[in-house]
Design a protein around this ligand. Structure first.
Ligand SMILES: NC(=O)c1ccc[n+]([C@@H]2O[C@H](COP(=O)([O-])OP(=O)(O)OC[C@H]3O[C@@H](n4cnc5c(N)ncnc54)[C@H](OP(=O)(O)O)[C@@H]3O)[C@@H](O)[C@H]2O)c1
Length: 238
């Protein structure tokens, strides 16, 4: 059998784009992508610089309102979206929608045009385009419209409340973060889908989903994320 040349081996490498890398889940995901040698380039688009530096990491500080569709970061194989805000943080519904819908959609369109095959995007438990709740409706609309872009592989992940250490405290989430893990034993049966989930587990599951062989759209519940997030690639997979 002929030996694989370095060029052949290079051809199996993939390039990734991550948006939301400065956030809770995105930070975990960035660490995972950097430790994955199957990626020879990891692009990050963010509005502020990253604390991390690495040879394969291409960090671009950008204004999402003024991003050219032909930006070099859009020529990738896989795109991961951990971008998001809250209506409170954003200051208005309109601004929230810009961050949670417009920026991910703009990125998805641009990477599709650049040839990307895979997208893994964070949505939320209860996302529904018909919801009366603005947050869940926006997430549902994003899920719906991403599916129109015909990625070869699209994973829409729907975590429950995220647990993890964040730079800025969010009051309600903070209370939930303290309480929900303590109530985990109560979250059985019909309540199981609402169990809080570690952001690191979600990141691990997202990474795993991008490398699954199955094609098509997959909507992933918080309970499934919990299971997928336990899967390890090998002994060095921390
Ligand atoms: N938190 C939860 O319990 C929960 C539950 C279910 C689903 N989700 C969803 O999961 C996703 C990730 O959540 P997370 O809590 O890990 O995120 P996070 O820590 O709040 O981080 C959000 C990311 O989005 C970026 N971002 C926010 N506003 C931006 C703007 N105007 N321009 C550019 N970038 C902006 C942030 O950049 P900066 O660092 O510069 O601010 C950060 O990188 C979100 O879509 C969220 O809706 C969250």
């Amino acid at each position: 059998m002929p030996m694989a040349t370095t060029r052949d081996m290079m051809a199996t490498k993939r390039r990734a784009l991550l948006i939301g890398a400065t956030g809770l889940t995105g930070g975990h995901l960035l660490q995972r992508l950097l430790s994955d040698r199957r990626y020879d380039a990891i692009h990050v688009l963010s509005r502020r610089p990253l604390a991390v530096r690495e040879d394969r990491l291409h960090s671009h500080v950008v204004d999402f309102d003024d991003l050219p569709p032909e930006h070099t970061a859009f020529r990738v194989d896989d795109v991961y979206c951990c971008l998001g805000t809250t209506i409170r943080q954003a200051g208005s519904r309109q601004r929230f929608r810009q961050v949670d819908y417009d920026y991910p959609m703009m990125t998805a369109r641009a990477v599709r045009a650049g040839g990307a095959a895979t997208m893994v995007a964070m949505s939320a438990l209860g996302a529904d385009p018909g919801s009366g709740n603005f947050y869940l409706r926006t997430k549902g609309e994003l899920e719906r419209d991403l599916q129109h872009l015909a990625f070869r592989r699209l994973a829409l992940v729907r975590p429950s409340l995220l647990i993890g250490r964040r730079e800025t405290k969010r009051l309600l989430e903070g209370a939930g973060m303290w309480l929900l893990p303590k109530l985990a034993f109560l979250m059985q049966g019909p309540l199981r889908p609402y169990r809080a989930i570690e952001a690191g587990v979600v990141a691990r599951a997202m990474h795993h989903l991008a490398w699954q062989a199955a094609v098509g759209t997959r909507v992933v519940s918080s309970a499934e994320l919990q299971l997928l997030g336990q899967i390890r690639r090998g002994p060095s997979d921390g």
